[in-house]
Design a protein around this ligand. Sequence first.
Ligand code: SF4
Length: 69
Amino acid sequence: MRTVVDLTHCQGYAQCVFLAPKVFQLHGEEGLLYAPAVPDDQAERVRQAAAACPVQAILLGEEVSVDGR
Ligand code: SF4
């Protein structure tokens, strides 16, 4: 699974950071950092984060990578 955060919409509410801290991190003034290639064991957490984002800034792609990259 891949994820993209629309940083023009992200308000830094950090729900995603609490739900999937291995994928989303807030770094002070830099704002939100994230891993676009979501590890399989984080996929469910990222889905929950996308659902919880108050501004729907987290976009998900279900493109499957065979070798985990
Ligand atoms: S939950 Fe949404 S608004 Fe909040 S930091 Fe994550 S992407 Fe940004």
